[in-house]
Write a protein that binds this ligand. Structure first.
Ligand code: RUB
Length: 270
C-alpha cells in the first residue's frame, strides 16, 4: 500500500471508530501525519474526531520532536500512570469502569500482574459497545469482570444494593479531554460520576496529561443510525458521543504528573 492509501485508511478507521480511544487515535493520527506531513492532512486528521485534544497535541509536538520521541511519551506516561494507579487499588476492590480506555485497561492489567486482587464492573457502552472490548481485554488478562448493560449502572454502583455485594468501591474512567473545570469522556460518564459522588464512591480519572486543553472542546455528535437504524422519520434522535463531567464529582486525576486533586493537576499541567 502506498502512503496515501495508508493515510486514508487510517483516517477512515478513526472516523468509523475502528481505531478508538484518545490514546490510540492520537498515536495512529501521528503515524498518518508522519507519512504525509501536509497542512491538508493535519486538517483532515484534526476534524476526524473533534473531541480529541491529545490528537492536536501529538501533531503539534511534531514541530519540535521526532516521531519516535513523541511515541515514547505515550509509553513513558502510561508507565507512570500504571504505578500511580497501582497505589490506589486495594485487595478486594470492585472497580467500576465505562467504555474502553487504554489508559484504564493497561493500568488495571498492570495491577493484576503486580498481584493485586480486585474485580471490575463494566458497562457495555451503547451504541458502539466499546465496553465489550474492555471486558475481553481484562478477562484475557485474568481479571474477574462483570459486564452490565448501561441502564444497570446504578445497580453496579449503589451501596444500597450491598446485600448482594454488587457495588463498586471505586470508579476509574478515562478521558478524552482534561479541561480547566472538568473532563470530557464517553457519554454516560457524567451519570456514573454523579451517582458515585452521591454514594461517596471515589471517582478517579486515569488519563495522560497530554489530554489537557485550555480551549473550548466541542462534543462530537455521531450519526443517528448508530442509535436506531431506519428509525421512523418523525422521531428525533440525538447521538452525542461524549459528555462533560464537572470537577466536583472527581476525586483525583491520575496522570503522568501524579495523583492530584483537580486544581493541583490544572496548576501543574499549565
Ligand atoms: C473512548 C473513550 C475513552 C477515552 C480515553 O471513546 O471515551 O474513555 O477516549 O481513552 P471512543 P484512552 O470509543 O468514542 O473513541 O485511555 O484510550 O485514551
Amino acid at each position: 500500500m502506498n502512503k496515501e492509501r495508508i493515510f486514508y485508511n487510517i483516517l477512515k478507521n478513526i472516523k468509523e471508530v475502528k481505531i478508538q480511544g484518545a490514546r490510540n487515535i492520537a498515536r495512529k493520527a501521528l503515524y498518518a501525519y508522519f507519512l504525509i506531513p501536509t497542512e491538508k492532512s493535519k486538517r483532515l486528521l484534526l476534524s476526524s474526531r473533534p473531541t480529541e485534544p491529545m490528537l492536536a497535541r501529538a501533531l503539534k509536538e511534531m514541530k519540535k520532536k521526532t516521531y519516535k520521541e513523541i511515541l515514547e511519551h505515550f509509553d513513558s506516561a502510561q508507565d507512570i500512570i500504571n504505578k500511580n494507579t497501582l497505589e490506589l487499588i486495594k485487595n478486594g476492590d470492585r472497580v467500576f469502569t465505562h467504555c474502553h480506555s487504554t489508559n484504564v485497561s493497561k493500568a488495571l492489567i498492570y495491577a493484576k500482574r503486580k498481584g493485586k486482587k480486585f474485580e471490575v464492573y463494566n458497562t457495555e457502552t451503547r451504541p458502539l459497545m466499546q465496553g465489550r472490548k474492555t471486558s475481553k481485554e481484562l478477562a484475557n488478562a485474568g481479571i474477574k469482570v462483570t459486564q452490565f448493560i448501561d441502564s444497570a449502572a446504578a445497580i453496579a454502583i449503589e451501596k444500597e444494593n450491598s446485600k448482594d455485594k454488587v457495588y463498586a468501591t471505586k470508579v476509574f474512567i478515562g478521558a478524552d479531554a482534561l479541561l480547566n473545570n472538568g473532563i470530557i469522556n464517553k457519554v454516560g460518564s457524567e451519570m456514573i460520576s454523579e451517582l458515585a459522588f452521591i454514594h461517596k464512591i471515589p471517582v478517579y480519572i486515569i488519563a495522560d496529561s497530554w489530554k489537557y486543553s485550555s480551549e473550548k472542546i466541542p462534543i462530537e455528535k455521531r450519526k443517528i443510525d448508530e442509535v436506531w437504524d431506519k428509525a421512523p422519520k418523525k422521531i428525533k434522535i440525538l447521538n452525542p458521543a461524549f459528555e462533560f463531567v464537572p470537577k466536583r464529582y472527581i476525586t483525583k486525576i491520575v496522570s503522568d504528573l501524579g495523583t492530584l486533586k483537580y486544581e493541583a493537576f490544572v496548576k501543574k499541567v499549565k
